[in-house]
Structures are given as C-alpha cells and as structure tokens.
Ligand binder design. Structure first.
Ligand code: PEP
Ligand code: MN
Length: 371
C-alpha cells in the first residue's frame, strides 16, 4: 500500500506529523519514505510494508496531509504504476528533465578511444544543440582478449571535454560497484564539469549485487538495459532492485533480444514494448537502435536500419534514444560497424524530432494531448 501525500507537504507541519503518527501506530506495518522530485514539486510517498490487507484506507485518506492511497500489487512496487495513471514520474538531473513526456537523444561513442575522437563528438553535439551524450569507459566484452575500455584512466579528460562542450549528462556503463566511486572521484577532481547517468548493461541486468550497490548511491540516475535473454517481467523486477535500495531515478532501455529470430539484425528489435513499459511502470523509456541492429545496412529508401528502428521506437513514444556515432568508424575499438557518421548527426536529430512530434500528433488524434 502506498500513501501519497499532498504535493510539497511541509515535513515540519502539523498535518505531516499527524499522518506519520497515525501510520506509525498501525500494528505490524513498517514505513518506508520515498520522495519524487519533479521540476516544480516534491511528492512524498510512504510505503506501508507488511500485512496491509487488514489496513483500512478510509481513515488514512481522511488525514489532512494525505492526497490518496493506492493498493499495490507485489510486482514493481516503487517503479510500477499500479493502475494509477496519476502517479508522478520523472526527475531532473543536472538541469535536464526526464519523464514519460520528455524526449532526449544520447548520441556518442560506444567506447571512449582517443581524446580527438571524444572531442570531435562532443563538438558536433554542441553545434547541434545537444546536452547529452554516451561514452563507454568500462566495456563488458564477449572475449576477454578484446579491448575492455580505458576505465578510470580516461574519466578526467572525458569529463573535462564534456564540460568544455556543455554536456550536462553523460551515459556511462558501470560493470563493477567500484566504478561508481571512480566516476565520483574523477568528477570531483575535475570540478564537476558534467553529470553522469550510470548505465547497467544487458549482461548485468540480473547482477543483483551490482544493482543493489548502484541502488544504494543517491547521486546518479540510472539507465537500465533490458536483459537480452529474459522476460520483460524479469527485467522490470530487476530494475525494481535499484528502487528498493533507494534509487528510483531510473530510465528503462530496450536494446533488442538475443537469438536468431532477429537476423539479419544482431538482435530482435523489441521496440513494440515501449508503450508496454510506460503502461506498467513510471519509468521513462529509452531505445538503443545501435545495439539492436548492429550494422550499417540500409534499405532501398536510403535510410539505415538503425535509423528506421529508432524512428519506430520514437513514434511509439520512446523518451530517449541511445545511439552510437563515431568520427572514424574504421578506427573505433568497439562496435565501429554499427556507428553512424558525424555528417549524419543533423539528419538523425531532425528525423528523431519529427518522429517525436508525430507521436504528439498521434496522442492528439487519440484524444490525450501531451502535457
Ligand atoms: C552499450 O550500450 O555500450 C552496451 C554494451 O549495450 P548492451 O548492454 O545493451 O549490450
Ligand atoms: Mn557497443
């Protein structure tokens, strides 16, 4: 059961104290507080844990500080919607707002390689009005003999370049909990020139100890990739590990499913699940067309498959696109064959903006204009 307080409830006020006193005396029930910080308001939710079947909602709803009470299913307690379309979603990080209504492109390098390439990428992004990027420093690779990423060594210059070109958020995968500290240290050392969104890769979707560690930190939001060989429900439950430890600023990323069914794409594109994840949970949804498709194949219409599938996700309501670019794909150390080229960046962004506008039009056609 979740008790949602009125927006911006004053924690030192009488109404709040009265509500807390009532909830604290409920037998066998433990309380857990959770705050959703939006652009304009702070929503406080109090989770009632334990045997809530016997708890009567009416006296709780009658409390002055309480807006409403939601009975929740066992699944996705914090991140789920629980048939309440009004539950607040989204968060603001380093000045950038993310919700199920916003739209951002995170174009960048799959793997950080040279300062020149990182700088060319960031410069092009700034010239095209972008404030978000992706930069892989820790790379989980199929073969232990493949390049594993530059790791902590590259972080200071990557963050400095991000600051130089006004990048607000860098999506960066972490594969071990120590990487969180390494990222924090490098940000401190360089004077916090940018922000970082910690990425959980598809290979670590069910690495529960990593999820708990990332969930325990409060500083960074998380981009959580769907597991490529498990059910959607299993992936959503895994994302809930982050929230259960305290981090609910989570974006859920679809990146294609493993197996041969998707051939000739590297993975079976699963972007039909964009609206499903938005319906089941409050998380903004991202699509990663690069790791889904895995090539620069293009159709007779002249449009790359990577761009086509990205468009499909965005027309379906995706809130974010994570996409690989590279100034010199033949020299990329990871995933060069799927990278888009710098000269394709303006057209890619124009295409995505048009797709997002078309999604808004679709909402109007179906009677629910975007807020
Ligand atoms: C990535 O985005 O760099 C990546 C490795 O993706 P995934 O975990 O989806 O394979
Ligand atoms: Mn990659």
């Amino acid at each position: 059961m979740i008790v949602i307080l009125n927006p911006n409830t004053d924690k030192s006020g009488e109404a709040y104290k009265e509500a807390l006193a009532y909830l604290e005396q409920l037998p066998g029930i433990q309380l857990r507080h959770h705050e959703v910080r939006g652009a304009e308001q702070v929503l406080t939710e109090i989770y009632l844990l334990g045997d809530t079947h016997k708890v009567d909602e009416e006296p709780i709803e009658a409390l002055d500080a309480v807006d409403r009470v939601i009975r929740i299913s066992e699944e996705y307690r914090i991140l789920g919607r629980h048939a309440d379309q009004h539950r607040a979603s989204g968060f603001t990080y380093n000045g950038v707002h993310f919700s199920q209504d916003t739209f951002h492109v995170f174009a960048g390098l799959c793997a950080v390689d040279t300062p020149d390439h990182v700088e060319m990428m960031m410069k092009a992004l700034k010239e095209n009005g972008q404030v978000c990027t992706r930069m892989g420093a820790y790379k989980p690779r199929t073969s232990p003999y493949s390049f594993q990423g530059h790791g902590a060594a590259c972080l200071p210059w990557v963050f400095e370049l991000a600051g130089k070109y006004d990048m607000k958020v860098v999506a960066m995968e972490v594969t071990h909990e120590n990487h969180i500290q390494e990222i924090s240290d490098a940000l401190e050392q360089t004077g916090n020139p940018t922000g970082v969104m910690l990425q959980i890769g598809t290979r670590n979707t069910q690495n529960f100890e990593l999820l708990k560690a990332v969930g325990r930190q409060r500083r960074f939001p998380v981009l959580f990739k769907r597991g490529y060989g498990i059910t959607l429900s299993e992936s959503l439950n895994a994302a809930e590990y982050l929230a259960s430890e305290g981090t609910s600023n989570v974006i859920f990323c679809l990146r294609g499913m493993h197996g041969t069914s998707g051939n000739p794409h590297r993975n079976m594109v699963d972007f039909g699940h964009v609206p499903v994840v938005k319906r089941l949970t409050r998380m903004p949804v991202c699509v990663d067309p690069s790791h889904s498709v895995g090539s620069r194949d293009k159709s007779a219409d002249g449009i790359l498959d990577v761009v086509h599938v990205a468009a499909q996700g965005v027309v379906g309501g995706a809130n974010m696109v994570l996409v690989d670019f590279h100034p010199e794909p033949s020299k990329a150390l990871v995933d060069g064959p799927q990278a888009l080229l710098m000269e394709e960046l303006p057209r890619f962004l124009a295409d995505m903006a048009a797709c997002h506008a078309f999604y808004q039009t679709r909402r109007e056609i179906w009677g629910q204009a975007a807020s």
